[in-house]
Design a protein around this ligand. Sequence first.
Ligand code: ZN
Length: 632
Amino acid sequence: MEATVNMNSFYPANKAPLKPSAFCSLPLGAILPKGWLRRQLQIQADGLTGHLHEFWPDLGADSGWLGGCGESWERGPYYLDGLVPIAFLLQDDALIRRAKQWMNWMLESQKGNGWFGPERNNDWWPLGVALKAMTQFYEATADGRVMPLMQRFFECVSRDLPSRPLESWAVYRWADTAISAIWLANRTSDKNALKAAHMLMRQGYDWARNFVTFAYKERSSGYFQHETHVVNNAMAVKTPGISYALTGDEFFREAVYKAIENLDRFHGQVTGVFSGDEHLAGLNPSQGTELCAVAEYMFSLEVLLELLGDPIFGDRLEKIAFNALPATFSPDMWAHQYDQQANQVLCKNDEDNWWVNNGPESNTFGVEPNFGCCTANMHQAWPKLASHLWMATPDDGLAAVVWAPCTVNAVVRGGAQVKIEVDTNYPFEETAALTIRVSEPVAFPIHLRCPIWSKDAFASAAGKKKDLIPGTFTMIEREWKDGDTIELTFPMPTAAERRFRGSVSLTRGPLVYSMPIGEKWVKYRGEEPHADYEIYPTTQWNYGLSVNIYHPEESVQIQTKPMGDPVFSPDGAPIEMFVKGRIVPEWQIEHNAAGLLPESPVKSSEPLQTVKLIPYGCTNLRVTEFPLLDEI
Ligand SMILES: [Zn+2]
């Protein structure tokens, strides 16, 4: 019989016949962002997220998802999947009103047969996205229309799927609908939800087998194929995890790890994402990664943290969130890229480029460069990170799974309501302070994730110091009194990674470091504040670095300064890393990007200079994978 002990008493974790989940996500609104993270969400709300509807027709009043005759496929639901959480996390009345306007139309749109959404849409796929927005909306509002709509919809799925099978994108993205079926099954005694989830899995593409027998080891050729599509792959990292929850079959759990391992090995990029422009594109740091894939990989990791509870998913989530995500937006979040590059030395609108099959605008910054999917889908990334920082645990405690400043309000052992304040400038600083707020003393466990890269990390609580083991959770259980604190220190060692063609990249803690390049923004379309820009380099970029790869700390000097605003901007970077380097003359621009990295180690007789690096997420133009000079 399936164990029932591995479940939280107060939150709806996976219940039988599902495989119990390791953790349980807290409802939207239980975790509120603070400090730099709240500021980042506010920057997002003040940028494209809060203004797109004013000038982008696909999210305007004519949207099919508002009853109009405009865009009626994935863009409305994509936007809502980010608008709903950011509105409630910022507790912004105007954004909440707008989210409710969309939700009200959607919740009133259901037909007698259970189908919902725009008249003109007959594709299963966008309904799955809509359900993800709807479940978050329910968590924040307890709107009484959500559960009945979902029950009728999954009745529709289990009745109609045999005669109206998944097609095209829906075949490959079935797990995103199954997630909401599992959500419903955990909250009701609905019989159709899990039946529908199993049917979706059986009709859907077998990603687990794909990742275990991984066949896509090379840069893709130019023809469209769902199996190598970068966003499909980022979404699919969680798919074996969903199959594991549905079946308990160990094969699926192991396939999650094979997915990450194979994508890293053959297409991995230094920020923890993989290349795809728009198909898997190999290890070259001049290949692109689409913003949708960044946002979807983050969501996959949030789901996997909940299902499997492995702290390595927290390490990867932080790496992507603190590096790849901010870098691909302009600092004010009024412009984004379709594709970012780890070595991004020129962002030009030109037919001559490195992409497998993306268009010429793909790494320019703008409203809708190349294609509008990212314009609609990018809104979920920061808010969902904030709403997944902490999770409920099976022992009726709480776990810190990702580190960032926030306030957690949750129910713990004995039904006590507690508040935990997390004050930190992490990932820019090595410490975090937790303050527990309770109305009377309450005993419960707190599980603290210790990042995999940390060295000599420790926690101090009630005058006692406890060493933390990298790559694990440490549990501290005691009777907590109001005002009790836990002080955490995660020393961040500098590390050197050997990458494409023997190149070197430097990291420190969760942050990847890049050389910022002088930049000249040139508008090529639109009017401020929503315009499209090329960026041209104004300083030399083709440096090789002199780094002792065994003791990189001996090769760098670190300087810190106050966090700027926006912190994710070249001027706002609060950490600078100085390292020696020389120009490598043979490394030049090819196809409007950094040419093929010369095989390292390389020799250069150019003068030795000091090169400044800053966090990748703070850069717009940058070099991140450097030729390694043949010097140490
Ligand atoms: Zn996209």
